[in-house]
Design a protein around this ligand. Structure first.
Ligand SMILES: [Zn+2]
Ligand SMILES: [Zn+2]
Length: 329
């Protein structure tokens, strides 16, 4: 099969690999679409420690089940021909304290799709059936793919904002363009913050219902109740702390960001909360994929052929994607 393979930091290329072999409790998928996430960039660029080389990245897979491994009990719920999604969380141990208390996203031995397990920038992929989700029928393949990470992890970040009415979103890419639709449907007011001078992203945010769109180094007109950070830029942390009211929350939604500049304690003082969001649980997936079609969340995608995956990553790195980039093998 044709696959995008990362051999070493920055060295990504398309080549032929043997088709993956399905194991116990697994399904083999013909990949229909695979979303491109900023985490893929961090993996390719070596900002996250390498777990496996060579590696097929990609963790927002939409695919058709073409083979079933020997049936594990849970795996039996999938059938040949089903259209399923594979998210970032590919496996968790099920027995550690985190797994037993609804925090499988924090499992210390969890394995992640497109990082520990070969992912979806390929014609075929194999996944543990217990970690696959049915895809809501109203979504075309490419439009469904960004729901699986941008959507799920964005939604998890939004939940940590609690009942915040006035919400700031820093970084207006794939996650933000989905989260704003959920936030608006919940009756929240949204202020978008983008790189200074990024008029296209600001216009996109306003089109999706933001009441204002500002440069990230600008304070909002009124204090925010909470802020979600999707930009990988550490300087947005003190900027967001300055923008939220006492008691407000700043949620860092990405897996990696540049170092956070030091800041005076007074901007955290006042019971402001600063926290991160790590990975996802299967419950997040079940909840969000049930919610998305009811709003309905619509994703805006730019599609790339498998051979153009490097171009898709470059476009994301340079902030040239409106909404989400999706590879369609
Ligand atoms: Zn992701
Ligand atoms: Zn565990």
């Amino acid at each position: 099969m044709r696959a995008v393979v990362l051999d070493r930091e920055g060295a990504l290329g398309v080549r032929d690999l043997p088709e993956p072999v399905v194991g116990t409790g697994e399904v083999k998928l013909r990949v229909l679409a695979c979303g491109v996430c900023r985490t893929d960039l961090h993996i390719v660029d070596g900002e996250l420690a390498p777990h496996r080389r060579p590696l097929v990245p990609g963790h927002q897979i939409v695919g058709t089940v073409v083979a079933l491994g020997p049936p594990a009990a849970e795996g039996a719920r999938l059938r040949l021909g089903d259209r399923v999604g594979v998210p970032w969380l590919g496996w968790s141990c099920g027995i550690c304290a985190f797994c037993r208390h609804g925090q499988e996203n924090l499992c210390p031995t969890a394995r992640f799709t497109g990082y520990d397990i070969d992912g979806g920038f390929a014609e075929f992929a194999v996944a543990d059936a217990r970690y696959c989700f049915p895809i809501p029928s109203g979504y075309p393949d490419a439009q469904a793919a960004p729901l699986l990470c941008a959507g799920l992890i964005g939604y998890r970040a939004l939940r940590f904002a609690g009942d915040a009415e006035r919400l700031g979103i820093y970084g207006f890419g794939a996650a933000a363009h989905i989260v704003i639709q959920v936030a608006r449907a919940q009756g929240r007011r949204v202020v978008a913050f983008t790189r200074p001078g990024d008029a296209a992203a600001q216009r996109f945010a306003l089109d999706l219902g933001a009441e204002a769109a500002l440069a990230s180094d600008r304070p909002p007109d009124e204090p925010l109740d909470a802020a979600l950070l999707f930009a990988p830029a550490g300087e947005t942390v003190p900027a967001a702390l300055r923008a939220v009211r006492p008691g407000g929350t700043v949620v860092c939604g990405g897996i990696h960001m540049s170092d956070i500049p030091s800041f005076p304690y007074e901007i955290l003082w006042g019971e402001r909360v600063l926290r991160s969001v790590a990975n996802l649980t299967r419950q997040d997936g079940t909840d969000f994929l049930a919610l998305a079609p009811t709003i309905p969340v619509r994703t805006e995608v730019t599609t790339f052929a498998l051979g153009d995956t490097t171009a898709a990553l470059d476009a994301l790195r340079q902030g040239r994607i409106r909404g989400a980039a999706v590879v369609v093998p």
